[in-house]
Ligand binder design. Structure first.
Ligand code: MLT
Length: 392
């Protein structure tokens, strides 16, 4: 057997590697506190599960979904939600595309827009899927830095002109994984201006739009005048309603770009289970996940306050599940994550896994299985204080 050469271009999947480390630690009988993957630990709200049962009993959902962009009711539900949530009117016949989760959409977008030799502008650090699929499609990722001093917002106009000339797409992601940063409407306006001036298509990952704390409401790039001409935005129900396993999301925006993405999808997948899509559409307009969000906020407060007592100077993230923690002096992201795991049985993700500018950070996720009210985060802080050398 000979594997395709393109597989040699990509590193092992970050979360697959983390899952292996976790399994090994558990097999050794260690009592791990898992602050690794951002996977909501609370169940999907019961009324969503009931709705799935109802739709699953409709045999018409059991067959192939032969619609073009997704079931009509689902697309209408997304349009309704988008109007209410962001004040943006979407045409459900051409400005919404069902996805099997936003990860699938972000990955296939590279295949829809990147030819060998093309450049994709990729944030550094970033969710690994965007860079990897650029490489698989034969493209060249140009990584632009997200820096703490700029609140992890990029200076797009600082990207060299010769790079921009070769660039076809620009990946953005706010609220941001892994940094927890949020974007302002002014930033989105700049990004739209950049896309208009350069002809680069914006692919905005907005999977964490509903994971906001303290009344923070993330904007959509679609709120910016003209965004629909130069951008598509990816949404997911995974993080909003604890539905990571359900695999359902959608993209909105430029009809032409959505058609291109759908050309890839039509030849690769056969859409989500229609009962899941219909349930997702219903959930957007009827379900709430307030208790889970309140628990995440409590955990955020416990973790950030606790780490600040140990010498950090962290701001509480306004959205996402992530605390992006600068490593103490004397460590790299890898050595600090190793020390946390080996000395304190705390699993975090080394920032280097998200790109070169992630070195110097580890990411801690607030989605901790078994935690009822922040007590496991308190315990994580205690273990770090007791077992990990911190020299400020
Ligand atoms: C993460 O931990 O970054 C995410 O949960 C991964 C994902 O959404 O695929």
């Amino acid at each position: 057997m000979q594997r395709a050469k393109r597989l040699g271009l990509i590193p092992p999947y970050l979360f697959g590697e983390i899952a292996k480390m976790k399994a090994a630690a558990i097999a050794e009988g260690r009592d791990l506190i898992d602050l690794g993957i951002g996977d909501p630990d609370q169940p999907t709200p019961a009324n969503i599960i009931d709705k799935l049962t109802e739709f699953s009993h409709d045999p018409s959902t059991h067959r192939y979904d032969e619609s073009n962009m997704g079931p009509t009711e689902f697309l209408a539900d997304v349009a309704k939600w988008f109007q209410g949530r962001f004040g943006v009117t979407l045409d459900p016949t051409c400005e919404i595309l069902e996805l099997i989760g936003s990860k699938e959409g972000l990955a296939h977008a590279a295949w829809a827009f990147i030819d060998p030799g093309d450049v994709a502008l990729v944030p550094d650090p970033a969710y690994t899927v965007v860079k990897v699929n650029t490489l698989l499609a034969g493209g060249t990722p140009y990584e632009f830095p997200l820096l703490a001093e700029n609140n992890f917002l990029p200076d797009l106009f600082a990207i060299p002109g010769d790079v921009v000339k070769k660039a076809k797409i620009l990946y953005l992601n706010y609220p941001n994984n892994p940094t927890g940063a949020v974007a302002t409407r002014e930033f989105f306006q700049q990004a739209v201006n950049f896309a208009r001036e350069t002809g680069v298509l914006i692919l905005h990952d907005c999977a964490y739009s509903e994971a906001g704390f303290d009344d923070y409401k993330a904007p959509s790039i679609m709120e910016i005048e003209g965004a629909k001409d130069v951008a598509i935005e990816f949404h997911s129900l995974s993080k909003t309603f604890n539905m990571t396993g359900w695999r359902i999301g959608f993209a909105v925006g430029s009809p032409e770009a959505l058609r291109a993405l759908n050309t890839i999808k039509g030849n690769v997948d056969s859409k989500a289970f229609a009962a899941i899509a219909l349930t997702a559409g219903w959930a957007l307009n009827h379900a709430r996940n307030d208790d889970a969000m309140a628990l995440l906020k409590r955990r955020r407060d416990v973790l950030v306050d606790g780490l600040n007592r140990l010498g950090w100077n962290l701001k509480k993230p306004e959205a996402t599940f992530y605390v992006w923690l600068p490593v103490p002096p004397g460590y790299t992201s890898a050595t600090f994550a190793k020390a946390l795991l080996e000395k304190a049985d705390v699993l975090s993700i080394p920032g280097l896994g998200y790109g070169p500018h992630g070195d110097g950070y580890v990411r801690m996720s607030l989605t901790v299985s078994g935690d009822k009210n922040g007590e496991m985060l308190e315990e994580a802080v205690r273990r770090i204080e007791k077992n990990v050398e911190l020299k400020w």
